[in-house]
Write a new protein. Structure first.
Length: 141
């Protein structure tokens, strides 16, 4: 079984996480965290799902550097509303970056991504030689 490893590329986040002994923190009543990810292994490859509702596919940037797949985005809610006298208006600015080290069994030339209903799905097909069934029962004689 191959393993896809997550890498946190934000050293400040590591310091804060270690200091508070938690991965997620409340900041001014808002929860600051990276989007959740699911990794599903199938015989033909892996499927990586990132929960990121409210975005558009154009908001994402996906890079592959050697065997490290990085998904990132920067979001800004900068709607101009003229003529309104706000008592309270909450702005939203945010970004995230998630990096995953891919196993050697992934065919990086055939990676595909799609964004539907708030879920970014990235198809990570295995190389043909990695698809061969490697599990078998050994009889004891």
């Amino acid at each position: 079984m191959a393993i896809i490893r997550w890498q946190n590329r934000n050293p400040l986040s590591d310091i804060v996480s270690n200091f508070f002994d938690s991965d997620y923190h409340e900041f001014f009543g808002k929860r600051a965290c990276d989007p959740s990810a699911n990794i599903i292994e199938k015989p033909e490859g892996f499927e990586l799902e990132i929960a990121a509702p409210g975005l558009k596919k154009e908001d994402f940037k996906i890079d592959l550097d050697n065997a490290v797949l990085t998904i990132s985005t920067e979001m800004e809610d900068a709607k101009k509303e003229e003529g309104k006298n706000y008592t309270r208006k909450e702005f939203y600015y945010g970004s995230f970056s998630r990096s995953f080290t891919l196993p050697k069994s992934v065919n990086t030339d055939k990676i595909k991504a799609e964004y539907t209903n708030g879920i970014l799905k990235i198809d990570l097909p295995k190389r043909d030689e990695a698809k061969l069934e490697t599990k078998k029962e050994i009889k004891i004689s």
